[in-house]
Ligand binder design. Structure first.
Ligand SMILES: *Cc1c(COP(=O)(O)O)cnc(C)c1O
Length: 349
């Protein structure tokens, strides 16, 4: 079986609430930093000194515990290659993916020659700890965990993550914290990591910091764990513009906290609307909400699209029949989306 990354059509115009991007844009300080990128910065291979220092300080880790990547996607690809290469066609190494999950895990694990073992979430997306533990075998080399999860927005208990790391010492536990800015919970800096060097934490500056277009992500692990990853990630994979942008983005805490606060309030508004309409949904620790519109899902997605608002139909994901994922960020954008959903749903009655 091959897994193809589901390439999302980019709408030519309209309100993009389908990819969890920061629709307020990045910090204006980032644009200033980009303006200062000189013709020599563009002509020379990038220097990462300032970007690494800013990022390491921000995450409170040492420079050698950090690897900057061209978006977190590149970190997922590099970790998949390092963990899964060399298993052979007959008995490939195995990746465990708890579904529904971010598409890139299966796409990258498959691309690296691994065999994917999917473990479905339980009823109501409860985390299937026992099932993951039972699926770990002698050939398991990478286990993808997303905290908070995409597309559900639900979290995994710390104890469950640690139990999995303990049960699979030969495997990389790839802990994707793409939405940790919103949950406020991270395993970076946790004392439990000292005894569990097999955990690699992934972060992105695409979501909360609004750098999706520039591509900036990071992996955090022990220097020993990162060493083989550094050999796989191309030496200049983060371009000079992204390297200049990162310190500026991290320094603008006002822009960041304003977006986090709007995301929190946007979720409240979405929950109220969904309750009013009787649409089941899950309380999210990220900047999006998953809602089960059921037989109305297609009507909602198409009706919103006709009004220039793009949301994501996740019906094809495991356990997500009739589910739509809506980015919850900028308040004004959420209000527009809510008005459009009410129009479409009330028109449907
Ligand atoms: C968006 C996302 C990423 C990818 O981040 P980039 O830095 O844009 O590559 C990784 N993991 C999850 C769960 C995401 O939702």
């Amino acid at each position: 079986m091959t897994y193809e990354y589901e390439k999302v059509a980019t709408p030519a115009s309209g309100l993009r609430l389908h990819l969890n991007e920061n629709t307020s844009g990045c910090s204006p300080a980032v644009v200033d930093a980009l303006r200062r990128v000189s013709c020599h910065d563009a002509a020379f291979y990038p220097d990462y000194t300032a970007a690494i220092a800013a990022c390491a300080k921000h995450l409170a880790v040492a420079d050698d515990q950090l690897l900057l990547t061209n978006g977190l996607d590149e970190g997922i690809l590099a970790a998949s290659i390092v963990a899964l290469r060399g298993g052979g066609e007959e008995l490939p190494y195995e990746a465990i993916v708890v579904v529904p999950a971010f598409d890139m895990y299966a796409a990258c694990a498959d691309g690296a020659g691994g065999l994917i073992r999917e473990v479905p979430q339980r009823e109501d997306f409860a985390f299937p700890l026992q099932e993951v533990l039972q699926t770990i075998g002698p050939r398991t080399r990478i286990i993808f965990l997303t905290n908070p999860n995409n597309p559900t927005g639900l979290t995994i208990e710390r104890a469950a993550i640690l139990a999995i790391a303990d049960a699979a010492p030969l495997a990389t536990i790839f802990l994707d914290e793409a939405y940790a800015d919103f949950s406020g919970t991270t395993l970076i800096g946790d004392a439990a990591l000292v005894a569990r060097p097999n955990i690699v934490v992934g972060r992105t500056f695409a979501k909360a910091y609004g750098l999706a277009g520039l591509r900036a992500g990071a992996l955090v692990a022990t220097p020993e764990r990162l060493a083989p990853l550094r050999r796989v990630v191309p030496p200049y994979s983060v371009n000079a513009a992204a390297a200049a942008a990162l310190p500026a983005a991290l320094a603008d805490t006002a822009h960041y906290t304003s977006y986090l606060e709007q995301a929190r309030r946007s979720k409240e508004l979405l929950y109220e609307m969904l309750d009013r309409l009787g649409v089941p949904h899950w309380k999210s620790e990220a900047n999006f909400v998953l809602a089960r519109f059921g037989s109305h899902a297609k009507r909602v997605v198409d009706g919103l699209s006709a009004r220039g608002i793009h949301v994501r139909d996740r019906s094809a994901d495991h356990g997500c029949a009739g589910c739509v994922r809506i980015t919850a960020g900028v308040l004004e954008h959420t209000r527009r989306c809510i008005a459009a959903i009410e129009e479409v749903m009330c028109g449907a009655r």
